[in-house]
Design a binder for this molecule. Structure first.
Ligand SMILES: [Zn+2]
Ligand SMILES: [Zn+2]
Length: 236
């Protein structure tokens, strides 16, 4: 499972408490703080821009899932963190997961490569939640191969020679591989500008992680349709 990609926690509500805790969690990506994520200033609980008061957008350990990330929205052009794009995307998804057009429309001046990269990051993070749900039902004995429709068997690219991993292993290996690439200092050293040659790598990640989604749709529809699987509402 991916644990290293965390959500943005930037300036926010004024209920200030010591900004020292980080809550890493596999199962609830939205509950983590940005302390180790990409070197941005977002997780430091910094000074909130114009007012000079300390503002935190932070999910404290023990926050109930219904209360996660319930802080006031911030206009994109007022975000001054290096994680602004991520923060903006997460804000849009929270506001209305079904508003796909809005979520996918980049702000006018936004660099396209960064936009794609941040969207894929978010997609993979949310897909981890789906993977957790799948683990209860998608067993190597029953889903022996990664399939969606009958037409194709997808080979897992996480191995020296691509392999027919069972669907749940394909899911884990592919999400791990995606996290490694997206966090790679070699290809993505910056969250602000990204080389074309690195942007070109995103396509194959999309293709592979999307299969997890179609596997859930065709083989585990109840999980796909369940309310706890937010990403499916987002992409339905
Ligand atoms: Zn399965
Ligand atoms: Zn594999």
């Amino acid at each position: 499972m991916v644990t290293s990609m965390t959500t943005t926690a930037a300036a926010g509500t004024s209920t200030a408490a010591p900004a020292s805790t980080t809550a890493a969690s596999n199962t609830a990506p939205a509950a983590t703080t940005a302390a180790s994520d990409g070197g941005g200033s977002g997780g430091s609980g910094g000074i909130g821009g114009n007012t000079g008061t300390v503002r935190l957008r932070r999910n404290r350990p023990g926050t109930k899932s219904a209360d996660l990330s319930r802080w006031p929205e911030e206009a994109f052009d007022e975000m001054d963190s290096t994680l602004a794009v991520q923060q903006h995307i997460q804000q849009l998804v929270r506001r209305e997961p079904a508003a796909v057009e809005d979520i996918l429309s980049a702000p006018e001046t936004q660099d396209e490569g960064v936009w794609k990269y941040e969207h894929l990051r978010q997609f993979c993070m949310e897909l981890n939640g789906l993977a957790v749900l799948l683990q209860g039902e998608c067993q190597p004995e029953t889903c022996t191969q990664m399939t969606a429709t009958e037409q194709w068997i997808f080979l897992c690219a996480a191995h020296k020679t691509p392999k027919e991993c069972p669907a749940i292993d394909y899911t884990r290996h592919t999400l791990d591989g995606a996290a490694c690439l997206l966090n790679s200092n070699k290809y993505f050293p910056s969250r602000v500008s990204i080389k074309e040659s690195s942007v070109a790598k995103l396509g194959s990640v999309c293709r592979r992680v999307y299969r997890i989604f179609s596997h859930a749709y065709f083989h585990h529809r109840q999980i796909f349709d369940s309310n706890s699987s937010k990403i499916c509402r987002w992409w339905k």
